[in-house]
Design a protein. Sequence first.
Length: 172
Amino acid sequence: MTYLVTLRRTLNLFLSNPTWDILALLFFFAAVFLYGLMAGRNRIIVLLLASYPAALVSQYIPFSEKFLANLNSLQTLYIKSFVFFVLVIFIFWILNSSGLARKEINKRRGQMIFLSFLNVGLWASTLFTYVPALKEPLIRLAPMTQLLFGSDLAHFVWLILPTIVLFFLRRG
């Protein structure tokens, strides 16, 4: 019941004053959805697969403490997010060059929409893990975003859910 109360409260708050994290989620979903429609199911799967090593590597990049000490919290979030997306693009390019993203004839729009949703969830979960480490009141997640993407349990679910879905998808 508290989940529904939190959902209703968050929706009312969002409709009156959208927060930066919700707007970022909407932007990511629109961008990945449009890319999925243009590129196809196989490329969106490769993009999803490229997100895993990018998330892992970006978590363990040894940023110089002197470098990060000269930045404020928002700049640190931008740097870490930028590094994550550069890694996603680089790994996607490598996987795409290897022939994993072959052209498909039969486009399954429902699968592309669902895979885009999973991709955005994985990205949001990865990026929002950087926010609690900043401990800055300026950069706080909305309660619903914290519940769906910001907690450790949510991060685990977003990491494992796409792999389960990919296991059950049939090859086109």
